[in-house]
Design a protein around this ligand. Structure first.
Ligand code: ADP
Length: 153
C-alpha cells in the first residue's frame, strides 16, 4: 500500500524550513499532500491563491506532491485524502511541547500517526511569524522563501 502523508499548516508564507521538511519527507513517503488550512477567523498576510501558487511553484514537476486547501479537522482531511501519516517539523522544545499533545489526540481519535522530522540546522530559526514581521516592516525575506516572486507578483 502507498505510504501517504499530509503536511498541514497555514504557510503564511511557505518558508525554506517547510520546504526542507517536505524534501526530507519525500524520501520516506510515496505521496505528500501539502494541506493549507483555511480558518475564516484568521487574518492572513498573503492571499490564499498566492500561497497555493507559490507552494506549487516550489515543487514544479514533483509527481509525489499535491497541494490542497482544507477547512475541517486535520484528521478528517487526512481520511478524505487517504493519508495515514501527518508530517510535522521539529525545531526546538517549544515545537515539541506544542506538537506532542496534538499528535497524541490525533492518534487517539483515529489511527493516524504523526512523523516528526528535524530541519537542517541553518533553518532552525526560520519561523513564519518572524518572517511576516520582517516583511510587514519592509525587510527582505527572499533569503528565507524559495521563489519569493511567485508569492508577491
Ligand atoms: P504555519 O504558520 O505555516 O502553520 P507552522 O510553523 O505551524 O507554520 O508550520 C507547519 C509545520 O512546519 C510545523 O510542523 C512546524 O513545526 C513546521 N515548521 C515551520 N517552520 C519550520 C522550520 N524552519 N523548520 C522545520 N519545520 C518548520
Amino acid at each position: 500500500m502507498k505510504k501517504k502523508a499530509c503536511f498541514p499548516g497555514s504557510f503564511d508564507p511557505f518558508t525554506k524550513g517547510h520546504e526542507d521538511i517536505i524534501r526530507k519527507g519525500l524520501g520516506l513517503f510515496d505521496e505528500i499532500v501539502i494541506a493549507v488550512g483555511v480558518n475564516s477567523n484568521k487574518n492572513y498576510l498573503f492571499p490564499l491563491e498566492k500561497r497555493l501558487r507559490h507552494i506549487e511553484s516550489c515543487f514544479k514537476g514533483e509527481q509525489k506532491i499535491r497541494v490542497i486547501t482544507y477547512e475541517k479537522l486535520t484528521v478528517e482531511m487526512c481520511k478524505d485524502e487517504g493519508c495515514s501519516y501527518i508530517l510535522r517539523g521539529l525545531r526546538d522544545v517549544k515545537d515539541f511541547n506544542y506538537e506532542v499533545p496534538i499528535a497524541l489526540m490525533n492518534r487517539s481519535m483515529t489511527e493516524i500517526e504523526t512523523v516528526f522530522l528535524i530541519p537542517d540546522t541553518s533553518l532552525f530559526a526560520i519561523n513564519a511569524t518572524i518572517i511576516r514581521e520582517i516583511y510587514k516592516n519592509g525587510g527582505k525575506i527572499d533569503k528565507y522563501v524559495t521563489n519569493f516572486d511567485q508569492l508577491v507578483n
